[in-house]
Design a protein around this ligand. Sequence first.
Ligand code: 5GP
Length: 205
Amino acid sequence: MPNEVDDARGDRAQNGRRGRVIVVSGPSGVGKGTLLKRLFADAEFPLKTSVSATTRAPRPGERNGVEYWFMTRDEFLARRERGEFLESFEVYEGGALYGTLRETVEDAARNGDWVVLEIDVKGAKSVVAQIPDAVTIFIAPPSLDALRERLAARGSETPEDVAKRLAQASLELEQSDFYRYRVVNDKLDDAYAELVAVMREIARS
Ligand code: 5GP
């Protein structure tokens, strides 16, 4: 039986388009969300967002099935046991679980979409191990100090969570060499232009 995830490795969908898996990582607060939102609004590329599952509580304004599929730890673990996740990790030590649903990636492959996975470095490595031609992009802050300021300004995390996210950011930055592309988000417009250039390169490859 053909493996649907294999389809994401370069075969064309029935509509003739080549599905792709694009993994985007970067520390919390780096502006990934803003950059990706803008990219999704731009119709130049057949992008599809991958809605991850998480056991963390929704932030104000977050909706189930839009930002994440919010689920209890029990439900998450049961679905993981059934093999429903392509990858899943506790992104912050002792914290919530996050995971990419296998079905989301398979659907995108079938439709020839470019599915964008916004996941952490551990998840990125796991995806590349399973789908070697997944394209990896790391969004980096100009500095850790700049990131600290942005996280504080966002105000959605407790000081303890900000500290956790900064510690995680510094670990992730050390591993950013793993990624095929690196975009530094200092000025949003410049970072966006760089990201579009990366996408155009992907389209040509
Ligand atoms: P947040 O709680 O701020 O929404 O996300 C925290 C971190 O979890 C981000 O770095 C994000 O990339 C990562 N993340 C979100 N969804 C997934 C997922 O499905 N898998 C993995 N491995 N990481 C994820």
